[in-house]
Write a protein that binds this ligand. Structure first.
Ligand code: SF4
Ligand code: SF4
Ligand code: SF4
Length: 344
């Protein structure tokens, strides 16, 4: 294992003492990340599109073998998104003015303040002090609101699973890094396009590479500030917008942007339980969840909603009534779309 691949290895020895103290990002305004938290630097200029990271990811996460082999690079002919069976995908971009194609790996960016965690009212998504955003399928009720909230469109639902479908995404190999191991993808990359380490060290490395090789990189570290910052960072020789990365996200953490809107949605007492019940009814989960469980879940949400309603809505009404309406409409449309999908 090279040093470049695993900066902060020594620091990883301390992970075990911190991972147990996972904390919700929800409610943490201007949270700048846990000190010493880990991340991955993806140097896009080094990536050769070999898909070894994809293969390693499926292996370490026990994900199914895809129909087309990982060595088959014809899959790069189309732009792919992460799925419940592929936590990471590599895409190829032909960029104007560049002779060679550019390859970029995509996965959960492990936001410092994750939108997915902030909208999850049962707290299935958590930001841990390691930097990893983890998911607990045991408490997830399958509402899929996290999928709507994520600005990077990462969480994927197990639509085809009849029993206990989960929301799936990269966990930054939380079980592995908790044991002091490298994330599977980082370990597998043959050209060190991926470096695991403490976020602050990765930022220093990124700055140094940009300073040293100004002809090779644009002067921008993606993820340093986007959406308030992410634990996964990127440097590149081409504009990020040329390789399918959103540059319109701004520097405000998603939960802060949505505090009066998305955060208010679950406490719109009349709507949320109806929405929740609707999603339950259309979900394949209905086969495995008893009526009593559904009623309990809805009652729990309603109770919470009632207690927070006055405060949240007063704020939302003043500042973002329109935004609340928009988000509720979006959630209802998503539920309707999902229902249509189930009906097919
Ligand atoms: S990229 Fe999406 S799924 Fe990952 S932490 Fe951020 S909001 Fe959550
Ligand atoms: S960190 Fe782990 S889960 Fe995430 S993309 Fe890499 S191998 Fe997959
Ligand atoms: S293993 Fe490394 S070089 Fe190969 S596609 Fe993944 S990030 Fe790129």
């Amino acid at each position: 294992m090279s040093r470049r691949k695993f900066l902060g290895w020594i620091g990883a020895a301390g992970i075990g003492s911190t991972v147990g103290k996972s904390a919700l990002a929800s409610g943490n305004k201007h949270f700048e990340g846990y000190p010493g938290s880990f991340g991955v630097l993806h140097d896009i200029s080094r990536c050769v599109g070999c898909r070894s990271c994809e293969a390693a990811c499926n292996k370490v996460n026990d994900l199914p073998v895809p129909d087309k082999a990982f060595t088959d690079i014809s899959v790069l002919d189309e732009k792919r998104r992460t799925t419940s069976k592929a936590y990471t995908v590599v895409n190829r971009y032909d960029v104007a003015g560049k002779k060679e194609p550019v390859f970029r790996k995509n996965q959960c960016n492990h936001c410092l303040e994750p939108a997915c965690a902030s909208v999850c009212f049962v707290r299935a998504f958590k930001k841990t002090p390691t930097g990893a955003v983890t998911y607990d399928p045991n408490v997830c009720v399958g509402c899929r609101y996290c999928m709507i909230a994520c600005p990077f469109e990462i969480p994927a639902y197990e639509y085809n699973k009849a029993l206990e479908p989960r929301v799936m995404k990269c966990t930054m190999c939380y079980p592995r890094i908790s044991k002091g191991q490298l994330p599977g993808c980082v370990e597998a990359c043959p050209v060190e396009a991926l470096t695991f380490g403490k976020r602050e060290d990765l930022l220093m490395i990124a700055r140094e590479r940009i300073r040293k090789y100004p002809d090779r990189y644009i002067n921008h570290i993606y993820g340093e500030t986007e959406m308030g910052g992410t634990n996964w960072l990127y440097i590149s020789g081409v504009a990020f917008s040329d390789i399918g990365m959103r540059e319109d996200l701004g520097v405000t953490p998603a939960p802060e942007l949505t505090s009066g809107a998305l955060a208010a949605v679950p406490v719109v007492a009349g709507l949320w339980p109806v929405l929740l019940m609707g999603i339950y009814a259309i979900s394949k989960r209905k086969e495995s969840i008893s009526q009593q469980e559904i009623e309990d879940a809805v009652r729990a949400v309603s109770d919470k909603a009632d207690s927070e309603l006055a405060q949240a809505l007063a704020k939302a009404r003043k500042e973002q009534e329109a935004a609340v309406r928009k988000e509720v409409r979006k959630a209802l449309e998503e539920a309707a779309r999902s229902r249509d999908k189930e009906d097919i």
